[in-house]
Write a protein of this length. Structure first.
Lengths: 242, 131
């Protein structure tokens, strides 16, 4: 055995110190760019989530869907209605035994352990530090493995060329897409469009890590459910009354 | 008969050679349609490096959430969208396409990003656009 090369170790240690000293500088620059624009960076201290109260949600109301389509530039009339993008959709549920009916909006659940990210062959399907699951369309090849993997059928594929995108929400042919929690609004400190639009106030968005947030307070008070909790995906979207 | 057709075929193949001198690809016509403030970098640097700038920024915006950086596709449109079509692409006279078609480099930014100016407010479309 050779004696440990202490000189080399010291050099590596010095390099390590240097890296630590440089890293906060880089982060500072990035943070200031975002701050100047009045936005915030994705931070791992935050985990964005949602509580949806399905007892307040009525089956004939589509306000959240309409608001989502408007915010994200989703056009309804595509040649084949089966190819229509659905970032959020309304589902009516009937309990067979009792006949109880209720309705709820279903969308990307922003899982902590997202299967869509696991299966993506290119790394396009990704989760930001703050828990928002997105598709990087720059490297999405449109293979649609993520659509197969998602237990919530939350993702859509764009079949036809688009022309009416919102400048803040680029989306285009050949890529998979889904609910982004309106990431462009969240970065500006606003709430998702569906929450703002819900006439019943059934949708509550917030930081699951912030003990003082309205969302966490409500989650402590009421019984909430994760859809397919058995899959242990730790969804960011939780439902009340299902 | 076959001699005549061979002669005609040879002539047809040779024709482009005679006319080649007259069929040059037109040089890019670069016009700044809506001159605003200074671009984010001098023209020489923009011509060489705009793709690298955009590539680095797209990763930071999408993955880190860094918005409002000086390099921005929406920023490009503000100065460079054509007055005639309102877009930076779609015709050989438009800013992006004039060089890209000259250099035969495929331009796919605008397959997803909105190439038209006027789509400013969130979800709002310019007057007269199809909703």
């Amino acid at each position: 055995m050779n004696a440990p090369d202490n000189k080399r170790r010291a050099l590596l240690a010095a390099a390590g110190v240097g890296a630590v000293a440089i890293a906060p500088g880089i982060l500072l620059v990035r943070a200031s760019v975002a701050e100047e624009a009045g936005t915030r960076l994705a931070s791992s201290k935050v985990r964005w989530g949602m509580l949806i109260d399905s007892t307040k949600c009525s089956s004939d109301c589509q306000e959240c869907v309409i608001a989502c389509n408007k915010e994200n530039g989703i056009v309804e009339d595509v040649a084949d209605p089966r190819q229509r993008s659905q970032w959020i959709r309304k589902i009516d549920l009937v309990e067979k035994r009792t006949g109880r009916q209720h309705s709820l909006p279903m969308m990307c659940q922003h899982c902590a352990n997202p299967p869509c990210v696991d299966v993506c062959p290119t790394g396009a399907s990704m989760k930001r530090a703050d828990g928002i699951v997105l598709v990087d369309r720059h490297i999405c090849i449109g293979c649609r493995y993520c659509m197969m993997a998602c237990p919530y059928k939350a993702r859509s594929f764009v079949h036809e060329p688009l022309t009416t995108q919102n400048p803040e929400v680029p989306r285009g042919v050949g890529c998979v897409e889904a609910c982004t929690f309106c990431v462009q609004r969240v970065d500006r400190g606003q709430n998702p469009a569906c929450m703002e639009a819900c006439p019943q106030g059934a949708i509550l968005f917030g930081d699951l890590n912030d003990e003082s947030s309205e969302l966490v307070k409500r989650l402590k008070e009421v019984a909430s459910t994760q859809v397919r909790a058995d899959l242990k995906l730790d969804t960011g979207v939780r439902y009340q009354g299902i | 008969m076959s001699r005549i057709s061979t002669f005609l075929a040879t002539l047809a193949l040779a024709l482009p050679l005679f006319s080649a001198a007259h069929a040059e690809v037109p040089k890019p016509a670069i016009t700044i349609e809506n001159p605003g403030t200074q671009c984010v970098a001098p023209p020489e640097e923009m011509r060489r490096n705009h793709m690298e700038m955009l590539k680095h920024q797209r990763i930071r915006t999408l993955r880190l959430g860094e918005r409002g950086a000086k390099v921005s596709l929406n920023g490009c449109i503000e100065c460079h969208a054509s007055k005639a079509t309102g877009a930076v692409t779609g015709s050989r006279d438009n800013f992006c396409e004039t060089c890209h078609s000259y250099a035969a480099v495929k331009l796919d930014c605008w397959d997803c990003h909105q190439p038209k100016a006027g789509y400013k407010a969130t979800g709002a479309m310019p007057a007269g656009e199809h909703q």
